[in-house]
Design a protein around this ligand. Structure first.
Ligand code: ADP
Ligand code: MG
Length: 682
């Protein structure tokens, strides 16, 4: 491998800058792909320039004006045969002032604006043209690269030019993908693809490049998706080499548990449970993701999985993203496990009897442990941990999940069960979660009445308040949600507080409660308990209630600023109502509706199917925001985009299997190239 310092002009300082971008070998430069392109392939006459154009001109400096104050400012007047134009510099370097003299001929590239004096360019890139000489016109579109401080586009272009000429040498660059496959897909080889994206010929349509529609880009996208898929499959493979405790299914205990439930499992729940049981009996770790819409009954499945750990003399832990949810799980679990005399413990951030609980976890007295991120802390020692359940897994980062895993028994990996209510389309799930086995609870428990959703302007607040009064007088309970997500947590709490005050003044005959993330666990608990008991009719809340909260009598939800929330989040919130047998209502209030916001809220009005909502959310916002950390943090792509490129995912998955079978020797090179040499996923 040729090192970056082998290139001309790369000293210590520059090598450091490049390393910041992850570039240490010459090859890395080739996989440092342009963000966008500029067209500098033809000169324009000043007369033809329009406000907003990006243009290349050639002209002579006809005047240089230094404003009296602020000596670093500079204004140059330029003329070509057709007109004049001004260059404005706010910070000129001293070498520039010596160059920018009357009579100097310049080629400038920059964006044009109509200023006070006429057409202007701010801080253009420029080159001096020596007397009697001419500069060649660029034969290629100009790439713009991701850069960093101390590294200019000009430098990056010079360096990539060197790297490209190196790649032309025999055997310099290995093409990992088999030629036959590329031929089948009508895609170019690696060398040609890289040359094209770094230096697109001048007649290439920029729009095609921006949309990543050129064959060269498609080839790179394919290769990148393949690299990701293979790295995830390898991760899975290495995980399967680990040892776990095999957990036998205890039918007797399970019967007792089920007999005490007030309902029967749905067909979907039963199916998913049997998939989990099959995993738990193996002596290699389970790594399974349960997808299931809000209210599909994931908690009870988690409890049944945990039961098997306890039945075999081990401990199981469930981790929830909020205190409120952890407390609710605690109550559910206490109730479920009481008939079997199984000990359930809650360890959240704010619990008082911490040391006693820690002790019971360390001496195996506590069999089922429920907690929040507090579980990650060093001090928590598990005696015999065999199963980890992570609820709302998309809320946790990889490191958090990994640190919990380290708490397992020596030499044994815990089984892991992850749960998410963000359903995603199948092919996407296969790519994103290639390292996990997936189960889907695709059925809601019977007897649920769909929520009727309407979208209204916040101008109608008075009407809505009247409706809320009416609902409360009829014995219903209401959630009033104030999201304000852009501002801080503190601001959100403030907004909820103000709203609850104004509602208290307007609805004097109604009991109003307030809950937000800044309250202490105990305070929240008191409010939630009062709401559950029907002592509070109207609960004003921030999105803390988004996950988990379960009050069957609550049948109306008002969501303010609904246009600011993602569809999946709205869907989660709305899942808090419609849990009983009466008809429920959800009113989405907006302040301002853009076209796209209108479309999104219409989706909420028209369907309650979590899968459909997720699909639309994905189309309207892109997977990054929908899937949260996994897309943005754990999986970040250079050229690929799971949503845009979803049509080729199936092909990629198929190619990955063939590749791993027939070309395994190329895997390390492929992964080093696209994912990094230190294995980001490790
Ligand atoms: P989620 O999948 O959103 O986490 P939960 O596990 O909180 O959903 O379940 C929602 C509600 O449905 C709970 O009150 C739970 O007791 C109830 N539930 C779960 N399974 C069933 C079932 N098979 N029949 C009836 N109700 C059920
Ligand atoms: Mg849940």
């Amino acid at each position: 491998m040729k090192e970056i310092s082998d290139l001309h002009g790369v000293g210590k300082q520059l090598a450091k800058c490049l390393a910041r971008l992850g570039i240490t070998e010459v090859q890395d430069l080739l996989f440092h792909l342009p963000l966008r392109y500029q067209d500098r392939t033809h000169l324009q006459m000043i007369r033809d320039l329009k406000d907003g154009d990006e243009a290349v001109i050639e002209a002579v400096i006809s005047a240089v004006i230094h404003p009296p104050r602020g000596r670093t400012k500079l204004l140059c007047e330029l003329r070509d045969e057709t007109g004049k134009l001004y260059l404005r510099f706010f910070h000129v370097l001293s070498f520039q002032t010596t160059i920018l003299k009357v009579g100097t001929r310049l080629r400038c590239y920059g964006s044009v604006r109509l200023g006070q004096k006429g057409m202007e360019m701010f801080h253009p890139e420029f080159q001096v043209i020596a007397e009697g000489k001419s500069l060649p016109i660029e034969p290629h579109l100009t790439p713009i690269y991701p850069a960093t401080e101390g590294l200019s586009q000009y430098r990056l272009r010079k360096l990539t030019t060197q790297a490209l000429s190196w790649s032309t040498e025999k055997d310099a660059l290995t093409d990992c993908l088999p030629a036959a496959l590329m031929k089948n897909l009508a895609l170019p080889n690696l060398h040609d693809a890289l040359h094209f994206v770094h230096r697109p010929p001048r007649d290439t349509a920029i729009s095609q490049l921006i949309e990543n529609k050129t064959a060269a880009q498609k080839r790179l996208i394919f290769e990148e998706l393949l690299a990701h898929r293979i790295s995830l499959l390898q991760l899975k493979h290495s995980f399967q080499q680990q040892k776990s405790v095999s957990l036998e299914i205890n039918q007797t205990m399970m019967q007792v548990f089920l007999q005490h439930l007030p309902f029967q499992l749905t067909t979907a729940q039963t199916r998913v449970l049997s998939e989990i049981h099959a995993d738990l009996m193996k002596s290699q770790p389970m790594l399974r993701l349960i997808q299931g819409d809000v209210g599909s009954g994931k908690t009870i499945i988690a409890a049944l999985a945990m039961l098997q750990a306890v039945a075999n003399g081990h401990q199981a832990v469930i981790m929830a993203p909020t205190e409120l949810l952890a407390e609710q799980h605690y109550k559910v679990m206490q109730r479920c496990f009481a008939p079997l005399a199984i000990q359930v413990a809650l360890l959240s951030g704010q619990i008082k009897s911490r040391s006693a609980i820690l002790k019971s976890i360390a001496n195996a007295e506590a069999q089922i442990i429920i907690g929040t991120h507090a579980l990650f802390q060093q001090k928590v020692d598990f005696a015999k941990l065999a199963l980890i359940v992570i609820d709302e897994q998309h809320r946790f980062g990889v490191e958090q999940r990994a640190s919990l895993r380290e708490k397992a028994q020596k030499n044994y990996y815990p089984h892991q069960l992850m749960m998410t209510a963000t359903p995603i389309p199948r092919t996407l799930a296969m790519s994103l979660y290639a390292d996990l086995d997936c189960s889907t609870i695709d059925e809601l428990p019977p007897g649920r009445t769909p929520v009727i959703t309407s979208v209204m302007s916040s101008h109608k607040r008075d009407d809505i308040i009247a409706r809320v009064r009416e609902a409360c007088q009829q014995g219903r309970q209401v959630y009033w949600v104030c999201p304000l997500i852009e501002e801080s947590e503190a601001m959100a709490c403030q907004a909820a507080t103000t709203t609850s005050q104004s509602l208290t003044q307007l609805l004097t005959d109604i009991k109003i409660g307030l809950i937000h993330g800044r309250m202490r666990a105990q305070e929240k608990e008191i409010v939630m308990r009062a709401f559950q008991a029907g002592e509070i009719h109207l609960l004003v809340a921030t999105t803390v209630i988004e996950v988990g909260v379960d009050v069957a009598n609550a049948s109306v939800m008002i969501i303010e600023n609904a246009e600011r929330l993602g569809l999946s989040q709205l869907h989660q919130l709305r899942g808090r109502v419609g849990r009983g047998s009466t008809v429920s209502y959800c009113i989405l209030l907006y302040q301002y509706l853009s076209e796209i916001a209108k479309e999104r809220l219409a989706v909420m009005r028209d369907t309650t199917d979590g899968f459909k909502i997720a699909q639309r959310d994905l189309e309207l916002r892109g997977p990054g925001e929908v899937l949260g950390v996994r897309q943005t943090g754990e999986l970040s792509f250079k050229v690929a985009d799971l949503l845009r490129d979803r049509d080729i995912l199936a092909e990629v998955n198929q190619a990955a299997d063939i590749f791993m079978r027939d070309h395994a020797e190329n895997i390390p090179a492929l992964i080093a190239r696209w994912i990094g040499r230190d294995g980001d996923y490790g």
